[in-house]
Design a protein around this ligand. Structure first.
Ligand SMILES: [Zn+2]
Length: 255
């Protein structure tokens, strides 16, 4: 067998190992044993195919499926079946990935808008603001109340949600509860309570009270059953009386 035939059969063998008869594989192997160039070429082809097969079976598929398919193939043997199985595994993996991605995109980024659910939620908040806020806090895996020293009135809660905190790399969302003022003379006043869990996602080392011309920030590091959360309230007004209009019993004694 000459080099040209050897190269031809090398490529053919890679696709159909068992289909080449001994009248071909014998002379081919003889040639490979004596021709370093064709032998090297054969090794390259074989290692490439092994790498492709490795990559194909390394594609994640549902557990059990791959071994099931491969086990079935192992029983029957034969390169043709094996090749078909690898192809099936690869196609299956691709379709699993594709369906997974498509499903994720459609379910995660396109939530169904349900006005009934929205008014239901608003009703719950209005009918029992304190319980509603406690339940919301619990759902955020946070202690179910806010620091006592602020004496905040849950009936003044306007909004609960998440606010994006600027980060250099990825947006980080922090739970926030927004209070309106109980003072009708100050309709634009608000207080926002940010809840920072001490879970390592936030650097809370040097967080401290702050003051701007219109707003004040106060920090409370949770103690006791509030341990594990750093609370920051940002409210309109100054540090002395700014919080008054967000407290319970505005007209009561001692506030
Ligand atoms: Zn050769």
């Amino acid at each position: 067998m000459d080099c040209r035939d050897a190269q031809f059969y090398l490529r053919l063998r890679r696709h159909a190992t068992d289909e080449l008869g001994p009248d071909v594989t014998g002379p081919l192997d003889d040639h490979l044993a004596t021709c370093p160039a064709c032998a090297a070429n054969g090794r390259v082809i074989a290692s490439f195919d092994r790498a492709v097969v490795r990559a194909m079976i390394a594609v994640p598929v549902p557990s059990g499926l791959r071994s099931q398919l491969l086990a079935r193939v192992a029983e029957k043997r034969g390169a043709d079946l094996r090749r078909k199985a690898y192809r099936a595994v690869a196609a299956l993996a691709a379709s699993v990935l594709f369906v997974g991605i498509a499903f994720g995109v459609f379910t995660n980024t396109r939530p169904k808008v349900d006005a009934d659910a929205l008014v239901q939620r608003a009703d719950e908040q209005l009918s029992d603001p304190e319980r509603s806020t406690r339940e919301w806090l619990t759902a955020q895996k946070l202690p179910d109340r806010l620091p006592d020293e602020w004496g905040l009135d849950y009936y003044l809660v306007m909004h609960r949600g998440h606010e994006m905190i600027n980060s250099e790399y990825v947006p980080v969302y922090v739970p926030v509860i927004v209070f309106r003022s109980s003072d009708p003379r100050d309709p634009t006043a608000f207080a926002k309570v940010y809840l920072f869990p001490n879970n390592g996602r936030f650097d809370l080392k040097n967080v401290q009270d702050a003051q701007a011309s219109l707003t004040t920030a106060r920090v409370v590091v949770g103690q006791g059953d509030l341990r594990g959360v750093t609370y920051v309230i940002v409210h309109t007004g100054g540090p002395h009386d700014g919080l008054k209009q967000f407290r319970r019993n505005l007209n009561g004694p001692g506030v």
